[in-house]
Design a protein around this ligand. Structure first.
Ligand code: BLA
Length: 504
C-alpha cells in the first residue's frame, strides 16, 4: 500500500480499507469517467481481458467484445448509483461483470464465471424456497441455525457462523454449521477490535465480501489515484477490493484459506454477520453471493420482527410482575419482606445475579454470596452522591477492603431517603459467565503479529477489555427500575401520611 503508513495491531481502526489501491487477483477492474474514458485498470486487466485503450481514451473496436463495450457505454451514459450486473463474453471467456458508479467513477469488475456455476435461475428458485422457510421462524436461535445450514449448503464453505455484535461491539458466534472434523467456535467471544469500526461501517453499506485466497498477492490499480482529482480510488462498493493484510494474517493463523462474510443489517445498524471459512482457496460465483446476500437481508427482516415481538412480550411480562410485587407490598406493613421473601421478588424485574433491599436497619440480600458488607458500602457511597432516581454502572469500583465477590454491575434506586430505602440489583463480571472453550491450536502457525491474531488471542483480548465490567444495564431495564421506584416512593409516602393521621 503506497498511500498510508503501515498498519499494526495498534492502529487497525485507522487503516483506510476502502482505499487499498489494489484488488484481489481472481478478477480484473476497469475505471471510467462520464465520457467513458479509461481512468484506471488493475495490473492484470490486459492479461485477463485482452488489449485496452491507453489511459484517457475510450474503448475502440479492438477492445473487449461488442457486448462488453455496449454495456459500458450504456452505464457511462447514465449515472445510476446502484449496482448493475451482466453475464458477458469477451475473448471466449464468460464473465460476471459487476458495475457501479461511485464519486464520479464508473467501476466495472470482471470475474470469470466458474465453469460449473449453476444458472442464476436455479439460485433464484432456491433462494425463494429458503426465504419462505426462514420467514416462518418465530424464534431467533432456530432462525440462525437454519440460516447457517442453508448458507453452507448454498456456498459449500467448510464453516458458516452467525456472528452477533453485542452492545459494546464485541461479538459472539451464536450459530454454526461446519465440517465435522473442525473445532467448534460456537459461543466464542471476540473483542470489537477484531472487526474494527471502519470495517463495521463499510459492511453496513456493502453487505458482502469475499476473500477467495487468503494468501493472494494484491494486484495494484494503475494508476492508483484519479488523474484529475488526485484522490485514491474509493473501492467501498467494489466486489474485488483488496482486504486488510492484518485480517489476512488473522485468517491464515486460523488455518483459513478463503473467507466470505455477509452483513446482517437492521435499521441501518450492523446487527451481525454470517462469517464463512474454507480451508482451501474458494471462488464463489457472483450469483451465489447474491443469493446468500438476499437470504441475509431476509434474515435481518425476520430478526427485527422476532426481536421486537420478544421485547414487547418481555416488557409486558415485567410490568405485570412489577404491578403484582407492588400490590403484595401494599397488603403488608413489612415492605422489605414483600419485596424479597415471596416467590416473586425484586430479582424477577431485572436480569441480574443478585439483589438486595434495604430499609431502616434492615438489609436483605438475595444471593448465595455474603454481600451484606458490599451492599452496605454501595449505599453509604451512593448516599453521599446526588443519585437522582436511578443509579447504574457496569464497572463499580469497590472501596478498598470491601470484597465485591465478583460483582461489578450495580443498578440502584433510592425509594426513601429518610429511612434509607434502597433496591439494588447486581451483576457479575462478564468473564465469570463465559469460559474459553477452544482447544489448543497445535496445528496453527503464527504470522508476524504473533499469537494475538488467533481465536485464543482474541479471547484474551476480549477478556482484557471486559475485565471488571458486567453486562451493561439496558435502557428498558433502567426504566423498569425507575418505574418501581416511582411506585415505592408513592407507597412510602401514603404510609407516612397514614401514620401521621393516626398520630393526630
Ligand atoms: C475484518 N474480521 C474481519 C471480518 C471478520 C473478522 C468476519 C470480515 C472480513 C471477512 O469476511 O473475513 C473477524 N472472523 C472474525 C472473527 C471470527 C471470524 C472474530 O471468523 C471468529 C470466528 N482483526 C483482528 C485485529 C485487527 C483486525 C486484531 O483480529 C486489527 C488490529 C482487523 N479485521 C480487521 C480489519 C478487517 C477485518 C482491518 C477489515 C477487512 C477488510 O474488509 O478489508
Amino acid at each position: 500500500n503506497t498511500f498510508f503508513p503501515p498498519v499494526t495491531l495498534q492502529n487497525c481502526e485507522d487503516e483506510p480499507i476502502h482505499l487499498p489501491g489494489s484488488i484481489q487477483p481472481h478478477g480484473a477492474l476497469l475505471g471510467f469517467d462520464a465520457q467513458a474514458q479509461l481512468l484506471t485498470r488493475s495490473g492484470n486487466a490486459e492479461t485477463l481481458l485482452g488489449p485496452l485503450p491507453p489511459l484517457g481514451e475510450g474503448l475502440a473496436e479492438t477492445h473487449l467484445s461488442p457486448q462488453v463495450r455496449a454495456f459500458i457505454a450504456r452505464l457511462a451514459a447514465g449515472d445510476d448509483t446502484g449496482m448493475e450486473t451482466a453475464e458477458l463474453t469477451t475473448g471466449a471467456v464468460c464473465y460476471d461483470v459487476v458495475a457501479h458508479w461511485h464519486e464520479g467513477v464508473l467501476l466495472a469488475e470482471f470475474e470469470a464465471r466458474p465453469a460449473d456455476a449453476p444458472p442464476l435461475a436455479q439460485f433464484a428458485l432456491q433462494a425463494h424456497r429458503t426465504i419462505s422457510r426462514i420467514q416462518r421462524h418465530r424464534e431467533l436461535q432456530g432462525l440462525l441455525e437454519e440460516a447457517v445450514e442453508e448458507i453452507r449448503r448454498m456456498t459449500g464453505f467448510d464453516r458458516v457462523m452467525a456472528y452477533r455484535f453485542r452492545s459494546d461491539d464485541s461479538g459472539e458466534v451464536v450459530a454454526e454449521a461446519r465440517r465435522d472434523d473442525l473445532v467448534s467456535y460456537r459461543g466464542q467471544r471476540y473483542p470489537a477490535s477484531d472487526i474494527p469500526a471502519q470495517a463495521r461501517r463499510l459492511y453496513v453499506v456493502n453487505a458482502i465480501r469475499l476473500i477467495a485466497d487468503v494468501g493472494y498477492r494484491p494486484v495494484p490499480l494503475e494508476p492508483q489515484r484519479h488523474p484529475v482529482t488526485g484522490a485514491p480510488f474509493d473501492l467501498s462498493h467494489s466486489v474485488l477490493r483488496s482486504v486488510s493484510p492484518i485480517h489476512c494474517e488473522y485468517l491464515g493463523n486460523m488455518g483459513v484459506a478463503a473467507s466470505m462474510s455477509i452483513s446482517i443489517v437492521i435499521d441501518g445498524r450492523l446487527w451481525g454477520l454470517f462469517a464463512c471459512h474454507h480451508m482451501t482457496p474458494r471462488v464463489v460465483a457472483h450469483a451465489v453471493r447474491m443469493a446468500a446476500q438476499l437470504l441475509s437481508q431476509m434474515c435481518g427482516v425476520v430478526i427485527e420482527r422476532v426481536e421486537s415481538a420478544n421485547r414487547r412480550a418481555l416488557q409486558a411480562q415485567v410490568s405485570e410482575r412489577r404491578t403484582a410485587l407492588v400490590e403484595a407490598a401494599m397488603r403488608t406493613p413489612d415492605l422489605v419482606h414483600a419485596l424479597t421473601r415471596n416467590a416473586l421478588n425484586v430479582r424477577h424485574l431485572v436480569p441480574c445475579d443478585a439483589a438486595a433491599v434495604l430499609l431502616k436497619d434492615e438489609t436483605v440480600v438475595l444471593s448465595d454470596a455474603p454481600l451484606d458488607a458490599f451492599v452496605g458500602d454501595i449505599v453509604r457511597r451512593l448516599e453521599d452522591e446526588t443519585v437522582g432516581e436511578v443509579f447504574h454502572t457496569d464497572h463499580w469500583t469497590p472501596t478498598a477492603g470491601v470484597d465485591p465477590h465478583g460483582f461489578f454491575g450495580v443498578l440502584a434506586i433510592p425509594f426513601s431517603r429518610d429511612e434509607g430505602g434502597w433496591v439494588i440489583w447486581l451483576r457479575q463480571e462478564q468473564v465469570q459467565s463465559v469460559k474459553w472453550g477452544g482447544k489448543p491450536e497445535k496445528s496453527l502457525s503464527y504470522g508476524p503479529s504473533g499469537a494475538r491474531l488467533t481465536p485464543r488471542g482474541s479471547f484474551d483480548a476480549w477478556t482484557e477489555v471486559v475485565r471488571e465490567t458486567s453486562l451493561p444495564w439496558l435502557a428498558e431495564e433502567v426504566e423498569q427500575a425507575r418505574a418501581l421506584r416511582g411506585e415505592l416512593v408513592e407507597l412510602c409516602l401514603s404510609r407516612l401520611v397514614e401514620t401521621d393521621r393516626m398520630r393526630h
